[in-house]
Design a protein around this ligand. Structure first.
Ligand SMILES: [Zn+2]
Ligand SMILES: [Zn+2]
Length: 207
């Protein structure tokens, strides 16, 4: 499986494209930019997988769907963010109008999807938002804004929940040390590295 990372030009957000056997999936097309859209045009994209519905992760969703014809997948509890400018918090980024997108596939915990020869396992990892998910493919975990290198996502938005966030990260920590974590912002890490040093262990002690 090939993993390509496309950091957004001005939001420090990571979009990923995974390809296996000439079939691709896009994770979190956050911001329109030529490099990303040109790459999408070259690929046979089966799914656009969203880790959650915040604007910095869906800013290029309409364009990516139009270009690829791929099915948009989002957890049930974040689905309505895709058509609501305030629920997706576009307004926080100075955007007051978004192109409404109807999801094609509503995800739930432990669902599985396939592309190429790969299976994608969906883990519902709420806390940053109610419908946040992580995607596990081989020994790679795409954690969105749930788990970052050294730290964790904000839990103070309208449908955030600190206890749910800690429980979600506990669940991710059940994976083996060598699993690679690809967060929605900043650099990649591993489960082993985060188990010993991630600041969520401190958060856990105070909640
Ligand atoms: Zn977010
Ligand atoms: Zn984000």
């Amino acid at each position: 499986m090939k993993i390509e990372k496309f950091p957004s030009p001005s939001m420090n957000q990571n979009c990923f494209i995974l390809t296996d056997n000439n079939e691709s999936v896009i994770i979190d097309p956050g911001q329109e930019n030529k490099v990303l859209l040109d790459r999408i045009k070259e690929l046979n994209v089966k799914y656009i997988l969203l880790t959650h519905g915040h604007y910095d992760h869906i800013g290029a969703l309409a364009a990516a769907k139009k270009l690829s014809g791929a099915k948009v997948c989002v957890h049930a509890l974040d689905a309505d963010k895709l058509s609501d400018v305030s629920k997706c918090m576009a307004d926080a980024f100075g955007i007051n109008k978004i192109e409404k997108i109807e999801p094609d596939i509503i995800l739930n915990d432990n669902d599985e999807l396939t592309f190429g020869s790969k299976t994608i396992k969906i883990l519902h990892t709420p806390g940053h938002s109610a419908g946040s998910v992580s995607y596990v493919i081989d020994n790679h975990i795409f954690t969105g804004d749930t788990l970052f290198c050294l730290t964790y996502g904000r839990y103070d938005f309208f449908d955030g929940d600190v206890r749910a966030l800690v429980a979600s990260i506990d669940r991710l920590m059940e994976y083996p040390d060598e699993y690679v974590v690809h967060p929605g912002h900043n650099i990649d890490t591993t489960i082993g590295a985060e188990r010993s040093r991630n600041r969520y262990t401190r958060l856990k002690r105070i909640i």
